[in-house]
Design a protein around this ligand. Structure first.
Ligand code: NAP
Length: 263
């Protein structure tokens, strides 16, 4: 796999570069880009007018930048012809309009695009298990609520992951998602509450609240490298897909198991 990292100089970009270097039999880093610079073949300084051409040298693009950085990448891909086979979007907080633009790009450029607001394998499993529990417990009148905690510097609230978990449950159980509720809880709601502070990497907990018993399932991120390792796994998944726009919901656990065994 020949990868390009957009957001290369950031915390996630650097972690992904580290993982790529540690898996050199499978991966090669072609280069990367960030707001302040462009890096090609391990730090060679080059000018921005070559950015669009260089993107085409990679077969997979990995974006962990920002809302503005993501838009810059989208524009760069639209202005150049060859874009490789797959794109993983790890940047969070994208607007519905931006997501629509990526959908159009996937069709126009015939490339597979995966939107992955959380690249942890554990969160993917949490999503699957939470729907299963919901299907049993919601008809038994359990209320379902989600809480999430992140460090003080996180720009979006609730997190993309909390929305992913809540939307998965809401679609499966025909309920509506309510964030930062004010006033009384309604019957058909899945509430999402965000806590911000300190240096918490990321915690998500799903509460199933019944009259006689309560269940909770949760995920706690302990280091940034888990997201980087997961990003490479998901990039391998999207590289195997036909052109089109994909979300984490489209990934079957069996496919993940196969990818893990393939290693
Ligand atoms: N999907 C997941 O599992 C997951 C996990 C963690 C984080 N994230 C998301 O990934 C993104 C990056 O997180 P981070 O913690 O690595 O952030 P960070 O340390 O602040 O790094 C951001 C990177 O994006 C670049 N960038 C910012 N604005 C840009 C622009 N307008 N054009 C081009 N490049 C731009 C920065 O370049 P400069 O250094 O030059 O400013 C830097 O390389 C965020 O959206 C975050 O929420 C997702």
């Amino acid at each position: 796999m020949k990868a390009w990292i957009h957001g290369y100089s950031g915390r996630m970009g650097q972690e992904i570069a580290k993982q790529i270097h540690s898996q050199s039999a499978q991966w090669k880093l072609v280069g990367g880009s960030s707001a302040k610079g462009l890096y090609y073949q391990e730090g060679e300084g080059i000018s921005w007018d070559r950015f669009e051409n260089l993107l085409g040298e990679a077969n997979v693009l990995i974006d962990f930048s920002s809302v503005a950085g993501n838009q810059q990448l989208l524009n760069a891909i639209l202005t150049q012809g060859n874009v490789g086979t797959a794109i993983l979007i790890g940047s969070t907080g994208l607007s519905p309009e931006a997501i629509d633009e990526w959908k159009n790009l996937a069709t126009k450029k015939k490339v597979a695009v995966l939107l992955a607001p959380n690249t942890s394998l554990g969160v993917l499993l949490l999503h699957q298990v939470s729907k299963l529990l919901g299907e049993v417990l919601a008809p038994l009148h359990f209320d379902i609520e989600i809480t999430e905690s992140h460090h003080r510097a996180k720009v979006d609230a609730p997190s993309g992951t909390a929305k992913f978990l809540a939307n998965g449950l809401a679609a499966t159980l025909d309920k509506k998602v309510v964030t930062n509720r004010e006033g009384k809880r309604e019957d058909n709601e899945i509430g999402v509450t965000a806590i911000r502070g300190g240096s918490v990497f990321g915690e998500h907990e799903i509460h199933y609240l019944g009259d006689e018993e309560e269940l909770r399932i949760s995920h706690r991120a302990l280091s940034r490298s888990l997201f980087a390792k997961g990003a490479l796994l998901l990039t391998r998944w999207v590289a195997k897909q036909k052109p089109g726009f994909y979300r984490l919901e489209d990934i079957r656990i069996e496919e993940m198991i196969a990818l893990i065994k393939e290693k």
